[in-house]
Structure formats: structure tokens, C-alpha cells
Design a protein around this ligand. Structure first.
Ligand SMILES: [Zn+2]
Length: 653
């Protein structure tokens, strides 16, 4: 199987009205540009979401103005330059097929064929028609995928729009009735639609396996877990300037996906050269693309820059120049990226699917700002590789998760639970009450409550009652449990009392209700502080968390000072060396969109690496191997980076 390093993805969907598709396409010149950029893998449409094919097909519909085998010419030209090509197929959307075969369209639970009530996208959207994968479209689609597999030496397939559009067409109704599914119940129809997409994916994989077991295969729209089972690599699609992703998506997904690849499968980080899909008229600043590319690499992912080529197929040099600037900078460091895997002290447990919830955004931001190394994991992960687990805000303990956490604690691990985390599935009592050392009383009657730390947690916090912003739980500490911060009650709750609205709400008196407790190696914070951080980004809450963390993990694997709070720091590992990646960029909210424009300057950045099984004897700056003086203090080896712009890689050997 091809092992991707530097990828490009041409997400072309060409409207029927374009009169001159491919007329300027020069496969040799185009692939030479790819080669100049050091690209080893491209994704290119075999069939787009408009339902048009770009290869010589005897089955599908070629774009009406395309007069050549654009896809085939590209594959052949790339082959001579040792560039692999994956064939893109949109599976869930195929507009021209939907027009020609109305019986292949999904009928939404609301009865609509046009503009199904899937997303709030309005009328002008690629989702104006969606395909029912239980209709004859299914076999037609699979036969096209096999047609490409048979005709062209492709490295794999990128299969898009596996969203699972709920459908009540006669075929789906019949299948649901046979399976005893209540087709009047929207939730059940959605579950059935998802299982229909899974069955389609299984059938595509089975069909491809009959050709060769060696394809890169990924299903966009299916979860990472489904792709682990059905696909052969992982991919994170994220245009950070597009509101549905933003700059919180990649940090969360990268810290999660990197935990799913114990079998060494590749993880691709797909960003874009422009601001949104369908945007033919922009190239983001170099620093913006660089930030996405380096952020992924710093987390063990390989970069993929998405874009469109002009329908005429002309080579737009300015676009390739920008890609070349970014990729050639990264490629100087390739020897330190190849097969490097991230290191983490901490596992953040997520119940169910990893998503951009307020608590997960909050905890990811807080740990990143503190330069702490962490993974985002599911409850069934092997916890033994971590020193500490965080249960952010609302992680209930099922019997199996409670048992795994008990074993983790018995083996010397530490836990920080916040808010409702640690309660059993009834939500009434702590599942491991003995270990937690506190009793659950119920929801705290004060809202919003404030807090005051005791001296052991007061470092860096202002000496006033500090706001918690979210509703806490009320707990009672057992005798041997240490209470390290107390709730301060407000005069009254923030509410309408029938005459007055109690909006301006000062703190009143300190209570004896605990906010933070420690029992052995379990800390509990009775407030969902990560969701609160997502709401208002109170730095005091981050400081409180840092003080709790410092008591349980006084020696994190990496310490960094001199880099701003928004700067990122991660560690990766290769045999015999550790690489520290520093990123100094800041996404700024400009009007409605967040953007990065500048690579920022930093100086005298101190980087300290904990010496455990690995104890370095030298350190240098990549790529020129500029030596750095290595000093030893206690259990750490430290260097000072004199100055840096944007991204800097430091190597310890
Ligand atoms: Zn259907």
C-alpha cells in the first residue's frame, strides 16, 4: 500500500453548464508541477458530486463537454513521475444520475425529493438531490468503482458523502418493514440510513478486495471507528476557515486519531489552499497553510492540501507556488517526520463519539495552552500508557469503565474528574465512591457559584471569589479527603423573582461546600470547568486546573516557557530521538471568519524534556542541525531556542 507523505486533493465538482472542461489540461505539465512540490499522492475525481465522470467510462456519465480521458491521462503522467493517484468518487451525491433517475433519489422523512431536510443549506447547495443507496444506484456505483480499479493503476479510493441520508422511498420502506423498523420514527429511519451506508461501504470493500487488498480506502462521512474497520487509513477533513470546522476541530481530531493507529496506518490531515469548498478565487496566506500542515505533522499526521483546478484544466502556477513554498519547508525536516509517533502523559476520556462539545473544546484548549501532552481516547482504550486520565465535565462511569479506572488507580495512575464525571449511570452516586472520597448530594443550589482556593491551590490566582459560570454539583467530603477549594455562595441566584431580575450578582459568603477535593490520586472539581472555559475562557479557571494538575503530575514529559499561551508544543518519537515541535501562530476572528496571516516571532524559548527511559546527550535545531547547549536540572534536559518564527523543530538525541 502506498505510504502517503505529501498529498494534494483536487475536489472538483463541475457544473453541467461548463462548456470547455479539460480543454487546457496538459497532464505532463500538471504532474511535473506536482513533482516540483514534492507531492507523492494526489486525490483526483473519477466521478464528482454532480454525477459526471472524468475517465473513459462505459457505465457512468462523462461530463458533457469533456472530450478526453482526463483522469487516465493524469494517472499515466503521474505514474512516470512516481506519484500515486487515488480516485475520488462521490457516493452519496450524484446530481446528473438523480435527474435521469428520479427513483434513485432519497425521499426525506418530510416527503421531499428536492432540498431534503438534512442540513440547513438552503436551495443552492450540492445537497439539492441525494442518492438512495438501496436503489439500483447502488450496483451502478459499485460497477463504476470496479471499472476504475480495472482500467487504471490507482493507489486507492477516496469515497465521499457517506452521510447516511434518511430515506423513505418505497425500496427503503420495504427493507425497514422487513427488518421490523418503525419507518414513522425519524430516529429509526436515520439509524437505518446509517446502516445502509455501512452496508454499501462493506460491499465496496468486498468488491475491491477481489481485485487487490492493497488500496488506500477512506469513507468520508463515516466515523473514525467505522473507517478503522472498513478503510485502510484515516483522514481528517478540516478547512479551519469554514464555520462547521473552525480552529478547534483539528486539535481535537488529531489528538484522537493518533490513538487509533497502533497498526501504523497513515493519518492524513486535509486542509485547503482556499477559504471554503467551491472557492475558486483565493489562496490562503503562507502562514495559514503552514500552520495547518505543521500542526498535523506535530501530531503524527501527513498533510493533504485540498483545492480545485480550473474546469479547463489549466495549470495555475500561483497555486502551485504557494504549495511548493509550504511543502518544501516541511520537506527539509522529513528525516525527523518519517514514522514519528506522538508522546502523551494524559488521556482525556470521551464517552461515545469524539465531537466538538464545549467540554472537549475547553479541555483541549486548556491543555494545549499549558503545553501538556495528551491524547483524546474512548473508554475502551488501554489506559496503562498514561500517567493521568481526565474525565471532563460529564463522563458517566459504566460498570466496565469503572472497572478499568479502578485497575488504572490500583496501578498507580491519577485521575482528574470535573463536574458530573465519575457518577454512575443513574447520575445519583459516584461509581467509585471510595476512591473519589466524596458523596454526591445533588445539583448545587447556588447559581452561579464562586470559589476560593485554599493556600495549596492558590498559586497565581487573584485573592477574590472567582466565578465558575456553569452549574456545579454539591458534594460532601469524607474525613480523610483533602478539600482544596471551597464554594462561595452568591447573595441570590441569577433569576427572575417575579419583581426583580437578579442580574448583577456579587458573591456573598464562603461556604463549607467543596469545589476541589483530593483523595489519594483522585482529584474532583465539582464544576464543569472545561465547558465554562469554552464559554468565557476565564484564565483563572485554567490556572485553577493547572494547580490541580501540578499536584498529581508534577513532572510532565514536556515543559515549555517563553512561548505565548496560544503557541503549541508537542513531542514525537523515533528510535533514539525525540522531536519537539513548537508552533507560534494565532487564528484571529476577523468579522465572521477566523484566519491566520502571520508566523509570529518568539525568543529565548526554554524547552525541557523529562528524562525517563530516554535521556538525551545532544540537542539541535532542525533542519540545519544547529547545536543547542543541553543543561540538566533534576529530572529534565533543557535547551533554549534563541529565536524562532512560526514553526521550529528541536531534536533531542
Ligand atoms: Zn431509499
Amino acid at each position: 500500500m502506498h505510504n502517503p507523505k505529501y498529498c494534494l486533493f483536487f475536489d472538483n465538482h463541475t457544473m453541467a453548464a461548463c462548456p470547455d472542461v479539460g480543454v487546457d489540461f496538459d497532464a505532463a505539465a500538471f504532474s511535473q508541477k506536482l513533482s516540483d512540490c514534492g507531492v507523492d499522492l494526489i486525490g483526483f475525481p473519477a466521478k464528482c458530486n454532480q454525477g459526471f465522470c472524468y475517465y473513459n467510462t462505459a457505465i457512468g456519465i462523462r461530463h458533457p463537454s469533456l472530450r478526453r480521458d482526463m483522469f487516465g491521462e493524469l494517472v499515466a503522467a503521474c505514474q512516470t513521475r512516481k506519484i500515486a493517484v487515488t480516485a475520488y468518487f462521490n457516493c452519496g451525491l450524484s446530481n446528473e444520475d438523480a435527474i435521469r433517475h428520479p427513483e434513485w433519489n432519497t425521499i426525506s422523512p418530510g416527503g421531499a425529493i428536492l432540498h431534503p431536510d438534512i442540513y440547513e443549506l438552503g436551495w443552492v447547495s450540492p445537497y439539492i438531490r441525494t442518492m438512495c443507496v438501496n436503489s439500483p444506484y447502488r450496483d451502478y456505483l459499485i460497477s463504476m468503482i470496479l471499472e476504475v480499479a480495472n482500467k487504471y493503476p490507482v493507489a486507492g479510493f477516496l469515497l465521499d458523502s457517506f452521510n447516511g441520508f434518511p430515506c423513505i422511498c418505497p425500496v427503503c420502506i420495504e427493507k425497514m418493514k422487513a427488518a421490523g423498523i418503525d419507518w414513522r420514527n425519524r430516529k429509526e429511519v436515520e439509524t437505518f440510513a446509517h446502516s445502509s451506508m455501512i452496508r454499501l461501504a462493506e460491499d465496496i470493500v468486498a468488491a475491491l478486495h477481489s481485485k487487490s487488498g492493497d488500496y488506500l480506502v477512506y469513507f468520508l462521512g463515516l466515523s473514525a471507528q467505522d473507517n478503522i474497520r472498513l478503510g485502510s487509513y484515516l483522514e481528517c477533513e478540516c478547512l479551519p476557515t469554514y464555520p462547521c470546522w473552525g480552529y478547534d476541530h483539528l486539535p481535537i481530531m488529531s489528538h484522537h486519531l493518533r490513538t487509533l493507529t497502533s497498526d501504523n496506518r497513515s493519518i492524513i490531515n486535509m486542509t485547503g489552499r482556499f477559504y471554503e469548498w467551491g472557492d475558486f478565487g483565493s489562496i490562503r496566506p503562507r502562514a495559514a497553510i503552514e500552520y495547518d500542515v505543521f500542526y498535523g505533522i506535530a501530531n503524527g499526521m501527513r498533510p493533504n492540501i485540498g483545492g480545485h483546478i480550473h474546469p479547463r484544466g489549466s495549470t495555475q502556477h500561483a497555486i502551485f507556488d504557494r504549495i511548493q513554498e509550504v511543502y518544501s519547508t516541511a520537506q527539509l525536516n522529513e528525516e525527523w517526520y518519517d514514522n514519528a509517533t506522538p508522546i502523551a502523559d494524559i488521556g482525556i476520556i470521551v464517552p461515545g463519539e469524539v465531537d466538538k462539545t464545549p467540554s472537549l473544546i475547553g479541555v483541549t484548549r486548556i491543555l494545549s495552552e499549558l503545553k501538556i501532552q495528551f491524547d483524546i481516547i474512548l473508554g475502551n482504550t488501554d489506559f496503562s500508557r498514561y500517567r493521568l486520565l481526565i474525565l471532563p465535565d460529564a463522563v458517566p462511569l459504566t460498570p466496565s469503565l469503572a472497572a478499568a479506572i479502578k485497575t488504572f488507580l490500583d496501578n498507580g495512575g491519577a485521575i482528574i474528574a470535573t463536574g458530573f464525571s465519575g457518577l454512575d449511570q443513574t447520575g445519583k452516586k459516584f461509581a467509585l465512591a471510595k476512591n473519589w472520597g466524596i458523596k454526591h448530594v445533588g445539583e448545587c443550589k447556588f447559581f452561579p457559584a464562586f470559589f476560593q482556593p485554599l493556600p495549596q491551590l492558590a498559586n497565581g490566582l487573584p485573592d477574590i471569589p472567582l466565578a465558575l459560570y456553569e452549574r456545579c454539583i454539591e458534594v460532601v467530603a469524607e474525613n480523610e479527603t483533602e478539600v482544596a477549594a471551597l464554594l462561595v455562595k452568591p447573595y441570590f441566584n441569577r433569576e427572575w423573582d417575579g419583581v426583580y431580575t437578579n442580574f448583577y450578582l456579587p458573591p456573598d459568603k464562603k461556604t463549607n461546600l467543596p469545589l476541589v477535593t483530593f483523595k489519594g490520586k483522585v482529584a474532583h472539581v465539582a464544576s464543569p470547568i472545561f465547558s465554562a472555559y469554552h464559554k468565557l475562557a476565564s484564565v483563572d479557571l485554567r490556572t485553577l486546573f493547572a494547580n490541580v494538575l501540578n499536584k498529581l503530575l508534577p513532572e510532565p514529559v514536556l515543559k515549555v516557557s517563553g512561548l505565548p499561551s496560544f503557541g503549541k508544543a508537542t513531542i514525537t518519537r523515533q528510535s533514539g530521538r525525540r522531536m519537539v515541535h513548537l508552533l507560534n501562530y494565532v487564528p484571529e476572528l476577523r468579522g465572521k471568519s477566523e484566519i491566520v496571516e502571520d508566523a509570529l516571532y518568539a525568543k529565548e524559548v526554554k524547552v525541557s524534556l523529562r528524562c525517563d527511559s530516554f535521556s538525551p546527550t545532544k540537542a539541535y535545531l532542525a533542519p540545519h542541525k544547529t547545536p543547542l547547549a543541553l543543561t540538566r536540572e533534576n529530572n529534565y534536559a533543557s535547551v533554549i531556542v534563541p529565536e524562532m518564527h512560526g514553526y521550529q523543530l528541536i531534536v533531542f538525541e
